[in-house]
Structure formats: C-alpha cells, structure tokens
Design a protein around this ligand. Structure first.
Ligand SMILES: Cc1ncc(COP(=O)(O)O)c(C=O)c1O
Length: 448
C-alpha cells in the first residue's frame, strides 16, 4: 500500500515489536499519531494534543518546519548519499563549523554519529584512543553515575544507571565501569533550579580514583542535568567539583548533552549554563529537530590533535565510524536548524520563557498525587506518588493526560515535561491546564 493511502489504523499491529513500549497493552489500545504541526499532534481518533515533551526532547523547533522540509527535499534531489569514509561532501564540513560556533571552549572538532547512543559510544572510544595515543594506555576505566541514561548500546548501557535498562544485560556489560552515586537527595523536594545541597556527591569520583587508581581511569561521563530519569538538576558546585577532580587526575570529563544541548537549559549547552567546560561533549536529538537521525561528538582540539598526529602518515587515525555518519539529508536538516537558531534567536527566546515555565509547572505541587517536582530551563520532572508498584502511577497518569490532549514522555512514575523552544506563554498555560485535568482524572479514577 502506498504511504498516501495508509489507513490511520493498520490491519495488523502484530509484526512491529515496539521499542521501550508495553507492547501487549499498546496493541490492545493503540495510540497512533497521524499528523504533527507546530506544537500540536493529531491522533488516530482525530483528537488534537499539545506536544509537551518536544517528541522525545528532539523536536523543540516545532513539527512540520517548512525550512527543514525544503532543505531536505533539495538535498535529496541533488545528492542523496555519499559514503562518509575516505570521501565526503561540503555540507558536513559546513555543519561542523557552524556547530563549533556554539560549543564551549575549544571543543572545535566534531565527529558525526547517527544518534545519541552512537555519540556516547564514540565519546567513550575517543577517550580511550586519546589516552593510548598520549602514552597512557593503562587508562581503561570509565566512571558513570547511578540513574544515568546514555543510550542503549553496550557502552552507554554500561555507564548508564537506570536499573531496568541494565539488569537483563548484566552479562554483556563493558568491563571496568564504576558508578558514582546519583545526585537526588531527600531534601531536593520541590526545588526549582539547582539544589543547594549535594556538592559533596562529586567526591565519589575522588574516592573511585583512590580505590581503583586514577591512572587507570580514562573518563567520567555525566548528563549535566540527568534527563530520562526525570530531571535531576546538578547541585550547586557539583559539576565544577567534577571538573577539578578530573583535572587533578588527568581524567577526561564527558558531558552527555543529548537532551540538554541546543537550548534546553537556557544556553546553547548546559556546559555554558553551568559554566563548566568538559573535554568531550555529545549531542543529538535537536541537532536536526529529530526529523533525520544524527548525533555528534565535540572534542577539544588537543584530543583530536593527539590522536591524529600520533597515527602514521596517510593512515586512518581513528578506526571508528558509521555508514550514516553525517549523511547529506541529516546535514541538510542540521544546517536548517542552525539557520532557525540564528534567525529566531532561540537561546534568548528560551531564556526569557524559562521563569514563566518554571513557575507554571511548580503550580502543580498542590495536587495530592504529586510527590515532587524538579526543574531547570525548559525541562521538569513531575513525580507521581507511587501506586502499588513503581511505574504504574506514571503510566496510568500519562494515559489520562493523553485522553485530555497533552502528550509527553513518562519514565517510571515521573512525567517529564519539556516544552518546545518555540512555545509561547499561551502554550505553557495550555500544557499546565491539561496536565492538571489529566492528573486530576487519574487521581479520581485511582482504585485506592
Ligand atoms: C543523555 C542521553 N544520551 C543518549 C541518548 C540516546 O540517544 P538515542 O536514543 O538517539 O540513541 C539519550 C536518549 O534519550 C539521552 O537522553
């Protein structure tokens, strides 16, 4: 059947095994999205919903952007694909240059990947390759953090710390990984912005260096604000402390900015927002507004130089890459995003909206079933009180909200609300009104 004639509900839902989905539950009562425009989605019942999590944090510039459609179409008509190994095309170089206008410090060397998980694997490999090229091949350990999400490949799963993502695959995980504690303390209840307490949790890295030998540690990877676990904002001074410990021991600091990048925290990257410059940084999602998969890793110039200058002349310096690294359509979408960022002054626009959003989302704290709210920038986590077992309250509440016309991502019992960068105050009001109604409906329908 041609895509123009596709029915809104397919004849069979059996064959597609959906990712991170309760497949049986979904197939009994599917939620299919048929159209997307601006801030809004339409589902197969014809109901319009406001998108309150920018897709999976990846469409913050709005759905159906004409600029992206025409850039991608034009690119497909001119050059649809070229192999990215030992040859290339001009667009990827132009995009890399434009990305480096926004990366912090001298993180001016960009390695393209095909999404966030690939970006994390790339960052880990680059950290190992850097130390090898620098004569410190003993550094093999990577330090991650509890409750982290770094994608679903083996490296990212290993350094990640969300238990359900890890436990089935324990036998496959990367050796040498050690985890710091997460930063969510009991006194971080209903804190908007950075918590005052918890800086000492960064000293876990110092303990790990002492216990495992700093000379064995290649890198420490963190999400500057942990996103998928439900918005854990770094305590004041925490990221600075990590930076100091890394510097002291020659450990590379990797910021995974797959969610926080491109404006989510109110600056181009969380790095600038929290004034800490990592050595390596990942990005994905908003890089192309999520419409064509793409990720990227930004590295300090000395990391690139060390690896490239240490390889024999004429040889491949880093044995790593993907068939779809910076393919032309992804690049076209990425360049269109760079234009939009400039033309619409996106970072300042987000910064202006943040106080309004944070006040609005915290207004939900009066609801009985709301256990906690945390937030920074245009992102917040709204925890539901647990109902019988973890995850049930979050998923049930999400379904009630979907029914009243607000769509978002829920993780466990946390509703993650991350409005688009192009939101206006009226959109924030609509999101909050609908969330309130959806949460109240959930509360009324709860069995106990
Ligand atoms: C911080 C972080 N890293 C990596 C990933 C993985 O990205 P992808 O799903 O594009 O592979 C995600 C996805 O949400 C993420 O939030």
């Amino acid at each position: 059947m041609s895509s123009e004639n596709r029915p809104s509900v397919p004849n069979s839902l059996n064959e597609h095994w959906m990712p991170f989905t309760a497949n049986k539950d979904f197939k009994e009562n599917p939620r299919l999205i048929t159209e997307a425009k601006g801030m809004y989605l339409k589902n197969h019942h014809g109901k319009t919903m406001i998108d309150a999590s920018s897709g999976l944090f990846c469409n913050p510039f709005g759905h159906g952007r004409k600029e992206i459609i025409s850039a991608v179409t034009k690119q497909l008509e001119t050059l649809d694909y070229t192999q990215p190994f030992q040859q290339g095309f001009g667009g990827s170089f132009e995009l890399a240059t434009r990305i480096t206008k926004h990366t912090p410090g001298n993180l001016n060397r960009i390695f393209f990947s095909t999404g966030g998980s690939d970006a994390v694997e790339t960052a880990i490999k680059i950290s190992i390759a850097y130390h090898k090229a620098n004569g410190q091949g003993s550094r093999f350990r990577i330090v991650g953090r509890e409750r982290a999400y770094h994608g679903m490949h083996i490296g990212g799963t290993s350094v990640g710390g969300m238990i359900n993502n890890v436990k089935t695959y324990a036998s496959l995980l990367m050796p040498g990984v050690v985890h710091m504690r997460h930063t969510h303390l009991p006194d971080h209840k209903f804190v908007s912005g950075q918590p005052e307490t918890g800086v000492e949790l960064a000293d876990d890295l110092e303990r790990i260096a002492a216990n495992f030998g700093a000379e064995n540690i290649a890198a420490c990877i963190v999400e500057p604000t942990a996103g998928s676990t439900g918005t854990l904002v770094p305590p004041k001074g925490y990221l600075q402390r990590l930076r100091e410990i890394c510097d002291k021991h020659g450990i590379l600091l990797i910021f995974d900015e797959v969610i926080t990048g491109w404006g989510r925290m109110g600056s181009a990257f969380a790095s600038q927002e929290f004034r800490v410059t990592p050595d390596i940084m990942t990005m994905a999602k908003a890089t192309t507004n999520g419409v064509v998969p793409m990720g990227a890793v930004a590295c300090k110039e000395e990391i690139y130089n060390t690896i490239v200058d240490n390889a024999p002349k004429g040889a491949i310096e880093l044995f790593h890459g993907y068939t779809y690294s910076a393919i032309p359509v992804a690049v076209a979408a990425g360049l269109a995003i760079q234009d939009i960022i400039e033309k619409e002054d996106i970072f300042n626009r987000v910064k202006e909206l943040v106080p309004y959003y944070q006040k609005a989302i915290f207004s939900l704290r009066d609801l009985d079933v709301v256990e906690n709210i945390r937030g920074y920038g245009l992102m917040a986590g709204v925890d539901m009180k647990m109902d019988q077992k973890p995850g049930k309250a979050g998923f049930t509440c999400y379904k009630h909200c979907y029914e009243v016309g607000v769509n978002f991502k829920a993780t466990g019992d946390c509703l993650i609300i991350a409005p688009m960068f192009i939101s206006e105050k009226k959109h924030i009001d609509e999101i909050i009104d609908k969330l309130r109604t959806g949460i109240l409906n959930y509360s009324k329908n709860k069995k106990n």
